[in-house]
Design a protein around this ligand. Structure first.
Ligand code: MOS
Length: 725
């Protein structure tokens, strides 16, 4: 099915099951520990041996020699994989550095070997007996130092210009020109990267933890140099990804290589201390923002430049993306620059681009509002735009930033905020409020699904879509139930297997809308097949309460499958509606903080997010996404930072004791409001994404609240207490 014109009324609009805050259909399995995660697929791969990965001890250089003899003789050792014995390996489309390093070493903790042994302990212990002599080379590890050497990346929209930025900025009576920095951050998801690989002849099956099944199946085949159809990836349950599991990673490749030589299944989990340097991370940025405005607060010039670094061949953090679309203003420029750094590979982390971009832009907006003596909510409303400001003939399909701001301000009690910073005291606490806009683009992705109907009226959905903890199982079940007119209990959802039709996967907050749209397409086909089997007219057949009705006749749905299961498969593909109309999601974040006058410690007291993100398929799982993202934004504002050892080139704090993320006691009760919205341009589901919108802007709202509380403007994240004293 091709989606080319705005969606009209369709069965989804009944909203009998879609749009309801139903509990997760996988909840009982998760809560009882019976949902199998990659490392727990014992039944699938009995007799699995254990692989233990060794990470490079230098950031850049070569392996001079590697002696594995002693390790080879250690108890229980079956085989040892290294670049020297693994044979020729290709490189996947989505990987920058090699997943198995050697002799060249591209980054610290790049995998250099996998010891396969009977037990985990034997593999780990033997791994310590491998003797590697490294020849170090000088690397670049300091973004600030590398900044002057940064170049324009190849992407065609690395830079944009509209109107006359320089002229407008020079002529503006009120201006801001400030630099902001965001640090390297780690996804730090709960479940480490883990895979079990098993060969049967030349066919490979990998039980893994991966957001994008088809991308990674392709990259695994490409890296191993085998046909894609010989690879099967299975990833039904995932303990978080945040972008860290978008791609094939080392543990899946090494498990596959290990299983090939060991001639039995091999399981590999990345130990937590390897994750921070072996896998990808969100790159640090240096950002310069220039804003010019008239005295009455109309933005006339908007300039945003961003610098980040990555390994040779890598890409930039697109931190200027939102600035192209968020506020009005005739003179505009954005620029993206990329430096070569020999730190571990940078890549997507939840709301890549917008998350760090808004951390800077939305402080800058607060600073401008203050210079203009205009309330920060009013200043944002004043500069709203209904069109893409770089391309004024392009409208937004939906844009309710102003509603988000107004509703949020009212609900939060924004009118009680003290304009003068540092003037609101509660005992030892300085109290302040901050606001920020939230913005994240809405991407649509081709997505396929298969639906089966049996004689009992049970509908089974199969798609390689993943559920990374987001609720995909539930919204897909709701979609099929709504479309086929059956209760939720009559739907079975099977996900995360590359033998199912190729879905959008989980990334870029496109998963919910795109994957359910694929299920919608398959269900439309199944409805037609059912009507035909029952001799009904497909166009007027109604699917209600487990029955099909048409022209005064009625039959139980299962009757259509009496003679055998009915199967339908389809793909939702997109025309260029998303090019004709700018599709984005909007929100407003409000935060109240207290800052301890003696210690400088910040405590968040209240948080509210108002989101305009199309139809909300399930308010309960959507709220979970948003409060999780707000929590991640609190981490970004106050604690998260991969500390770079600028001499040796690695992230020093590589565990969860020293890479701090928020815990329950850091986060107060959180409120989320969803505006009642449908977007007929996004898909027949009329939904969009919220999983990444929720993190966008929170950090700046916290920074702005800290400023309002203390009068101290911090432009370098994270805002740790030393920066406030
Ligand atoms: Mo997301 S960073 O595309 O998982």
């Amino acid at each position: 099915m091709k989606f080319t014109t705005p969606a009209t009324t369709n069965p989804i609009d009944q909203m009998k099951i879609i749009g309801r805050p139903v509990d997760r259909v996988d909840g009982p399995m998760k809560a009882s520990g019976s949902a199998p995660y990659a490392h727990e697929q014992h039944a699938a791969a009995p007799n699995a041996a254990y692989g233990y990965m060794l990470g490079a001890a230098i950031a850049k250089g070569r392996i001079g020699s590697m002696n594995i003899d002693e390790a080879q003789r250690a108890p229980g050792v079956i085989s040892i994989v290294t670049a020297a014995n693994a044979g020729k390996l290709g490189k996947g489309n989505f990987n920058t550095a090699k997943l198995l390093g050697g002799p060249a070493i591209q980054h610290y903790h790049q995998a250099v070997s996998l010891v396969v042994a009977e037990t985990f302990e034997q593999a780990r212990s033997a791994s310590q007996l491998i003797r590697v002599k490294y020849i170090k080379e000088k690397g670049a590890f300091d973004l600030a130092k590398a900044k002057p050497s940064a170049t324009k990346p190849k992407d065609k929209d690395a830079d944009t210009e509209a109107g006359d930025f320089a002229g407008a900025f020079a002529a503006s009576p009120v201006t801001l020109d400030a630099h902001y920095t965001t640090p390297d951050q780690s996804h730090a998801m709960m479940e480490p990267h883990a895979s079990i690989a098993s060969w049967e002849g030349d066919k490979l099956t990998v039980w893994t933890s991966n957001q994008m099944i088809d991308w990674s199946k392709g990259d695994l085949a490409k890296t191993l140099g085998i046909p894609k159809e010989n690879v099967r990836l299975v990833s039904p349950f995932i303990g978080g990804g945040f972008g860290g599991k978008l791609f094939l990673r080392s543990e899946a490749l090494l498990a596959s290589l290990g299983a090939r030589v060991a001639k039995r299944p091999v399981k590999v989990a990345l130990p937590r201390p390897l994750m921070f340097n072996n896998t990808t991370h969100r790159p640090a940025t240096i950002q310069r923002i220039r804003i010019g405005a008239t005295r009455d607060g109309k933005i006339t010039a908007m300039g945003h430049e961003s610098w980040s670094g990555d390994l040779p061949g890598g890409g930039p953090e697109n931190a200027v993306q939102q600035t192209r679309l968020l506020y009005a203003g005739a003179g505009r420029m954005t620029a993206t620059r990329l430096a070569v750094l020999d730190l571990p590979e940078g890549n997507a982390m939840r709301a890549p681009g917008e998350a760090p971009g808004l951390m800077a832009l939305e402080i800058a907006m607060d600073e401008m509002a203050e210079k203009l003596k205009i309330d920060p909510v009013t200043f944002r409303i004043l500069n709203d735009t209904k069109v893409d400001p770089e391309h004024p003939d392009r409208r937004f399909s939906q844009r309710r930033l102003i509603d988000c701001m107004r509703i949020g301000a009212e609900r939060f009690g924004w009118n009680t905020r003290k304009t003068e910073p540092g003037t609101n005291r509660d005992g030892q606490w300085l109290v302040g409020m901050g606001v920020a806009s939230a913005f994240r683009n809405n991407l649509v992705m081709t997505s396929a699904a298969r639906v089966r109907l049996d004689r009992n009226g049970v509908v089974t959905v199969e798609t390689d879509m993943t559920d990374i903890g987001t609720g995909s199982y539930t919204i897909i079940a709701q979609t099929a139930a709504e479309m086929m007119g059956v209760p939720l209990e009559k739907v079975v959802v099977r996900l995360g297997d590359s033998s199912f039709p190729v879905s959008a996967g989980s990334g870029g907050q496109w998963g919910a809308n795109s994957s359910t749209a694929g299920v919608y397409a398959a269900c439309i086909k199944l409805r037609e097949a059912v009507a035909q089997k029952l001799g009904f007219n497909a166009t007027d057949a109604e699917f209600v309460d487990g029955s099909v009705r048409s022209g005064g006749n009625s039959a139980p749905l299962g009757k259509a499958a009496e003679a055998g299961e009915l199967v339908a498969e389809d793909t939702m593909e997109y025309g260029d509606l998303d090019k004709k109309f700018q599709q984005s999601t909007f929100g407003a974040h409000f935060v109240e903080v207290g800052v301890d006058m003696a210690t400088g410690e910040t405590r968040i007291r209240r948080m509210l997010a108002v989101c305009a993100a199309g139809r909300i398929l399930n308010p309960k799982s959507a709220r979970s996404q948003v409060i999780g993202a707000m929590t991640m934004g609190a981490g970004a504002a106050l604690m998260e930072e991969l500390v770079v050892d600028k001499r040796s080139g690695f992230f020093v704090n590589h565990d969860l004791a020293s890479y701090e993320v928020p815990v329950h006691s850091d986060i107060p009760h959180q409120d989320v409001i969803f505006l009642d919205e449908t977007d007929p341009m996004s898909s027949p589901m009329k939904a969009k994404g919220v999983g990444e919108l929720g993190i966008c802007g929170v950090g700046a709202a916290i920074a702005n609240a800290i400023y309002n509380a203390t009068g101290v403007r911090v432009r370098e994240y994270p805002i740790t207490l030393d920066k406030l004293l």
